[in-house]
Design a protein around this ligand. Structure first.
Ligand code: NAD
Ligand code: MG
Length: 400
């Protein structure tokens, strides 16, 4: 029996994880669940999965959850705040932690799970983008097992030989081919992107996801963050990672070898496949995802990404090459800009401009400690807010 903590249980990944777990009550039990605000949903999850502990974002949310659970006769212990998140991620009775909080808020508990030597199922790519080497060192030192949930990285993990993890140079890997759907605006006239609404940006053609990652997919910053994620997970330099647009999202990524072989992982676009893969690894379990029928898919297409249409992708490659805290600055500026876009305070095409302005203004430093990374994160957020405040009002009005 594997005992699991799910950080971000009410999100898109959290709900898919509970869906897989519910199919295998003989294999998995839930130790703890967390959510930021959605207390009603969390209460319903507690009623179904009976975790020992549940963590929310504020004292008010904790009171509300405790009252709901009392009324349901559920004896889950309720806590709140970052220290409680770290505690449920590192508790001795936990075997595996699903890290599915969105954004930098997930760094501390995800790192706590890694430091405690857990099996870490990593969906929260921002945590790894920010902390990079520090995170990988924590995994190494504690003997934690790090399994990627991001569909691309899970596919790459499946296509790499196990020997690669010990001696990357000897495995004959020449390139990691990271596939990207291209998002909802792949073919739309670039000028028309000034006027797109948050709902249009969140309407992903292939995947149903949280709003932040959906906007990231529309700008292709998601792919940029994934390039950095692949760098850390697989020890691949920037010039060995190639982004390939593949609108059908049937191939989830590929690995090419020096003998000319290219290995791919294929499947229907449903996150329950990588979640089930990581939960059961190295075994396999049913996930609830329908088998892929290639005759129904018919055609698979591929093209090169257009860096002029998607400046965020170029900014992410730049940050990876710059190293140090540059990816943390990029991530923080992006989080602020995406939230401003979702709140209709800036236009879609201003997202990349805000990030570029922050990257221009702030010098990056050495990522010598988590404290240094968090300090740069805070600086970048303040800088992004300043940049947003100085944007021309006409452009802001045009976005609303
Ligand atoms: P989501 O917005 O649907 O859910 C986010 C979860 O995090 C919720 O449970 C929310 O309560 C919690 N949360 C939000 N802010 C928080 C805070 N400040 N403190 C603590 N908890 C907080 O997001 P999602 O789509 O499930 O994505 C989660 C993570 O997984 C992201 O890092 C995303 O990049 C990654 N990911 C998602 C998908 C997908 O298909 N949704 C695919 C690959 C990777
Ligand atoms: Mg992905």
């Amino acid at each position: 029996m594997q005992r699991i903590t799910i950080l971000g249980a009410t999100g898109s990944i959290g709900v898919s994880t509970l869906d897989v777990i519910a199919r295998h009550p003989d294999r998995y039990s839930v130790h703890a669940l967390s959510a930021h605000g959605r207390v009603q949903e969390l209460a319903a999850q507690c009623q179904q999965f009976r975790p020992a502990r549940a963590v929310v974002g504020s004292a008010a949310a904790a009171d509300q959850l405790a009252a709901l659970l009392r009324a349901m006769n559920v004896d889950t212990q309720v806590e709140w705040g970052e220290a409680a998140l770290c505690a449920i991620a590192s508790a001795p009775e936990v075997d595996s932690v699903m890290a599915a909080i969105v954004g930098a808020a997930g760094l501390a508990p995800t790192l706590a799970a890694a430091q405690a030597g857990k099996k870490v199922l990593l969906a929260n790519k921002e945590a790894l983008v920010m902390s990079g080497q520090l995170f990988m060192d924590a995994v190494q030192e504690s003997g934690a097992t790090l399994l990627p949930i991001d569909s691309e990285h899970n596919a790459i993990f499946q296509c790499l030989p196990t020997s690669y993890r010990r001696v990357p140079d000897a495995a004959g890997v020449t390139k990691i081919l990271l596939t990207a759907s291209g998002g909802p605006f792949l073919k739309r006239a670039v000028e028309s992107l000034d006027a797109v609404t948050p709902d249009e940006a969140c309407k992903h053609p292939k995947w149903v996801m949280g709003r932040k990652i959906s906007v990231d997919s529309a700008t292709m910053m998601n792919k940029g963050l994934e390039v950095i994620e692949a760098h850390w997970l697989f020890g691949a330099p920037a010039d060995r990672i190639e982004v390939v647009i593949h609108p059908q999202s049937v191939i989830h990524s590929m690995v090419s070898y020096n003998d000319g072989s290219v290995l791919a992982e294929l499947g229907n676009p449903d996150m329950r496949t990588p979640i089930a893969h990581a939960l059961a690894y190295p075994e396999r379990i049913p996930s609830g995802v329908a088998q892929l029928d290639l005759t129904q898919v018919g055609t698979l297409q591929f093209e090169k990404p257009d860096f002029a249409r998607f400046p965020c992708l170029a900014l992410a490659f730049d940050a990876l090459r710059a190293g140090g805290t540059a990816p943390a600055l990029l991530n923080a500026a992006n989080e602020v800009a995406v939230q401003a876009f979702l709140d209709e305070r800036i236009g879609f095409r201003q997202i990349d401009r805000v990030i570029a302005a922050v990257m221009d203004e702030l010098p990056h430093g050495a990522a010598s400690s988590i404290e240094a990374v968090m300090a740069q994160d805070a600086l970048a957020r303040a800088c992004a807010h300043r940049v947003i405040a100085t944007l021309p009002p006409l452009a802001v009005a045009g976005a609303a």
